[in-house]
Design a protein around this ligand. Structure first.
Ligand code: ADP
Ligand code: MG
Length: 243
């Protein structure tokens, strides 16, 4: 069970997240949509304290962290329970595909190097990148780099995977293979919270779609309801724009 309660975040005088509450069931695949600048990335980043929330509580499994009193141990606990996939992959340029995954297992999960390497190789096989284990990011296509990014998140066996526009930086030719990997992951009932503009993909894999605007969840529902029969004027306007 994952529970977000009254999460709020400001940057200076800009309120970016206002009182976000959300329960996520195990195995649920949730897609977040909304205009740019609306707080989608900040919401994901607050869940593992890449951005520290100002207020609110986050529960992931047996760990509850209050923003007001979060310790280093709490933050590490959240990072062990979440995996993050970045729009720009965020791979270490000076590490190979295998080393990028190994490094995450050593630093976040505290695994010994040999165990982490074995796990990294298993993940590279699962993501179809075994032959690229010793390749550096610069020699990989955008699609391959993002598959390493997803593999790194998968390797953590996290209770929740967070995807922040994982295909937005890709040339169109690489989008399909990344969405295919995410589809395969969704089929395993990995719990996923995904920010994306890929509406067809959202329709296919989401159990629930959230529409955010102005730092709030405006409306939510299964794809058939939210995409085909939106209720709020802001949701309708957004969906008209993204077509
Ligand atoms: P989205 O992902 O929906 O496009 P973001 O969460 O990235 O929106 O940003 C929401 C708002 O917060 C924007 O106005 C953005 O400029 C602001 N913001 C995000 N990160 C920072 C930061 N580190 N410092 C200052 N303002 C930020
Ligand atoms: Mg964003």
């Amino acid at each position: 069970m994952i529970r977000i309660e009254n999460l709020s975040k400001s940057f200076g005088s800009t309120h970016v997240l206002s009182d976000i509450s959300l329960d996520i069931q195990p195995g649920e695949r949730i897609v977040v949509i909304g205009p740019s600048g609306t707080g989608k990335s900040t919401l994901l980043r607050c869940l593992n304290f890449l951005d520290a929330p100002d207020k609110g509580r986050i529960t992931i499994g047996d760990l509850t962290v209050d923003a007001a009193s979060a310790s280093k141990k709490d933050i590490l606990g959240l990072r062990r329970r979440t995996g993050f996939v970045f729009q720009n992959y965020a791979l270490f340029a000076n590490k190979t595909a295998k080393e990028n995954i190994t490094e995450a297992l050593v630093t976040v999960k505290g695994q010994p190097k040999d165990k982490a390497e074995a796990r990294a190789m298993k993940i590279l096989r699962e993501t179809g990148l075994e032959a690229k284990a010793d390749a550096y990011p610069a020699s990989l296509s955008g699609g391959q780099q993002q598959r390493v990014g997803i593999g790194r998140a998968m390797a953590l066996d996290a209770e929740l995977l967070l995807f922040d526009e994982p295909t937005s930086a890709l040339d169109p030719e690489w989008v399909g293979e990344v969405l295919d990997l995410m589809r395969a992951l969704a089929e395993t009932r990995q719990t996923m919270l995904i920010v994306t503009h890929e509406m067809q993909f959202a329709r296919e894999i989401a159990d629930r779609i959230l529409f955010m605007d102005g730092g709030r969840i405006i409306e939510e529902g299964p794809p058939s309801q939210l995409l085909d029969n939106p209720q709020d004027a802001r949701t309708k306007a957004f969906l008209r724009r993204v077509g």
